[in-house]
Design a binder for this molecule. Sequence first.
Ligand SMILES: *Cc1c(COP(=O)(O)O)cnc(C)c1O
Length: 389
Amino acid sequence: MIQYGKHDINQNDIDAVVDVLENHFLTQGEKVPLFEKALCDYTRASYCVAVNSGTSGLHIACLALGIAQGDCIWTTSNSFVASANCARYCGADVDFIDICPDTRNMCVDALEQKLLFAERTNSLPTALVVVHFAGLVCDMQRIHKLCKRFDIAIIEDAAHALGSSYQDERVGACEYSDMCVLSFHPVKSITTAEGGAVTTQSKALADKLALYAKHGITRDQNQMQLPLESQDQGPWYYQQLCLGYNYRLSDLHAALGISQLNRIDDFINIRNTQAQRYLDCFSDLSLHLPLMPEEGKSSWHLFMIELENHDRLQVYNHLLSEGIRANVHYIPIHRQPYYQSLGFEKGYAPNSERFYANALTLPLYVGLSEQAQDHVIKTVIDVVSKPTR
Ligand SMILES: *Cc1c(COP(=O)(O)O)cnc(C)c1O
């Protein structure tokens, strides 16, 4: 069965993990700081805090901005639920901006309209969570300009986009954002099994991120809030400054991440080659295809077609009968029962809803052979050439 996405593990990855098991600390050793340094080198961010998932990363990014009850964050509904849940963990409200049908990313015109209205009604958000959908980077320069004007923080949800670049910078460099959140779940650009990271150019934010990811505890005397009594004089001493969490990544996972990051250029090139093949082979079909970025690079985390004249379930089942397990991304977040219970109704983000109704995610991953992709291409062309509705 051909899956829609899959990790790629080689012997070096296995050796890196076994080396930790045999020779190093399993947690709080040297591998996590080395992985953080490698991520900084790759993205050209100044600071990086590795965590146990992208979701944890989004949570501590909100905490580092001081987001709490009474605040509101805005994001897009065409994403995984974690993009919105991070605000709810902090007791803040969430609102959604619709996507543009061509980029499937946050519609910046809609953002501008909503900001102007929010300014008049005194309901501006504290932060935006900007999702680079499928690896295509949002119009960050324009989003940044708008957010500056209204004094709104920007968190990039770059769970899809490690390896993407925008203008001359890699995603993670935070040129147009306060923080950038990465995920290393097995279907993402690189994997640590579970894992994530937050990058930033701000020392103050980096300190807060580290604090929230590690129980709120510091061993840095410069950060301590109370004077040390004589009994506290020693290297064992620490202070808890705030209510943090145990969101640490383990050294086992970090060793896998370091090894995977060594291969990211190959990974992204393979993904781009596969995406270009799909685009070339499907150009004559009655399908809505994803955009290849004109400048910069997409990580091609996912490849989604939008069906125009076909019943999605029929196409899905036909692919399945041919040994291809496609997928669908995403059920709009505001259509989830939890978010409906907060008052969001059908039609709130019509472009996201239309996208979900017609989208189908085709297999794209490093280990997908040319032969297997040919089979996917032939099967899609066969089924789409015969209208079913
Ligand atoms: C995968 C994903 C996350 C969450 O990452 P985890 O590492 O699985 O917690 C957040 N946002 C988006 C858009 C994702 O695709």
